[in-house]
Design a protein around this ligand. Structure first.
Ligand code: CP3
Length: 340
């Protein structure tokens, strides 16, 4: 069975020879070949130059027997394409060039500009399509409107998210205006990724956990539902939501075909509790990648064992790889799945 078949069948909850494997943020600074390119080019140069974006997309696939390539880009390309640039802070985390604070700031963001300005992603996907072996699947992605808005309103990575929470409580019209624009940009952007050959799309709601349970639909999920509603029917959309793994029914209400969950829950329990067969992805703790490879192996085998009775499972981490991850542990995890 090819990687592409494994991924596509698992997303439909059909039988496969073994679970497919790919890793959230499988490209990046933990790989020396990525760091070598980073000495010559900035992050933005790499994502905006189709040949370089293709090269970085392929790097993890050359090292590990992964079942999918993930477009090399970032969720923050949507704000960037609307005129709000980002950079990496020296102390770690993201900084935005300015903060969205007023009606004028939101009025200046044009959703259609975003899609036009993201043409470099279309060209990167074309080059990746030409270079990817046809037995591998290709994943596209974007950030949920809520998660993008947190960076845009906070001015970058945040500790307490007070500005975005204040905006939601105190100026709902402006909040909705901003999220509508991000939703529209997302729809155009994801339609383009699907046209350019993505086999599945992952929507990252990385800051879902900031939303109070009662407000989560209004703050985030309703915008995700609007996006999914505009995409081709039955196209596999994987929704990653961090910090809300106990809210699976709400997550599924968006129309997502698959859920990617963090490590705070037992996936087998969630699978058993669901009324319909839904593909689940996850959910190993990325901290396992810093430690002893024996612990990584044990945790991976444990998860594989618990999910063995079920169809519709994609083995992955519960959050992204970080620069400190040990290559040896990534190898251990991937090989455990491939040999299962
Ligand atoms: O293989 C892949 O998955 C690569 C594509 C990818 C990147 N970012 C590349 C990247 C994907 C899918 C993302 C998603 C992303 N980006 C999310 C959602 C998933 C998640 O982790 O929750 C978020 C919240 C972002 C925003 C972002 N971009 C952060 C928080 C950071 C880290 C900043 C820091 O402190 O280092 C980035 C940078 C980033 N995005 C890197 C890569 C490879 C590292 C850039 C570098 O240092 O060269």
């Amino acid at each position: 069975m090819t990687g592409k078949e494994r991924v596509c069948k698992s997303l439909q909850c059909e039988e496969v020879d073994r679970p497919p494997i790919w890793l959230m943020r499988q490209a990046g600074r933990y790989l020396p070949e990525y760091r070598a390119l980073k000495k010559k080019y900035s992050f933005l140069e790499m994502i905006k130059t189709p040949d370089l974006a293709c090269e970085v997309t392929m790097q993890p696939l050359r090292r590990f027997p992964l079942d999918a390539a993930i477009l090399f880009s970032d969720i923050l390309v949507i704000p960037e394409a609307m005129g709000q640039g980002f950079y990496f802070r020296d102390v770690g985390g993201i900084g935005m060039d300015y903060r969205i604070q007023s009606k004028r700031d939101v009025d200046q963001l044009i959703a259609s500009d975003a899609v036009d300005n993201l043409d470099y992603v279309a060209r990167a996907l074309e080059v990746i399509g030409e270079n990817l072996p046809n037995n591998e699947s290709l994943l596209g992605f974007s950030g949920s409107p809520w998660t993008l808005a947190t960076y845009m309103v906070e001015g970058g990575s945040s500790k307490n998210f007070s500005r975005i929470l204040d905006l939601y409580r105190e100026d709902r019209a402006l909040f909705e205006n901003l999220l509508s624009k991000l939703t529209e940009a997302n729809i155009g952007y994801l339609k383009m990724q699907i046209e350019k050959g993505a086999d599945a799309i992952q929507i990252f709601d990385s800051w879902a956990g900031i939303c109070p349970e009662k407000e989560y639909w209004n703050m985030s999920l309703k915008w995700v539902a609007r996006i999914i509603d505009e995409l081709p029917k039955d196209f596999p959309i994987i929704l990653y939501a961090k910090g809300v793994s106990d809210r699976v029914e709400a997550l599924l209400h968006t129309g997502a075909k698959a859920l990617s969950l963090d490590w705070t829950v037992r996936l087998a329990d969630i699978k058993a509790s669901l009324k319909h067969n839904v593909c689940l992805q996850g959910n190993l703790n990325p901290d396992l990648l810093f430690g002893d490879s024996g612990a990584m192996l044990k945790a991976t085998n444990h998860l594989l064992g618990e999910m063995k009775p079920y169809r519709g499972f994609i083995c992955n981490l519960g959050h992204g790889l970080t620069p400190e991850s040990k290559i040896e542990n990534v190898e251990t995890m991937v090989n455990a799945v491939v040999n299962s």
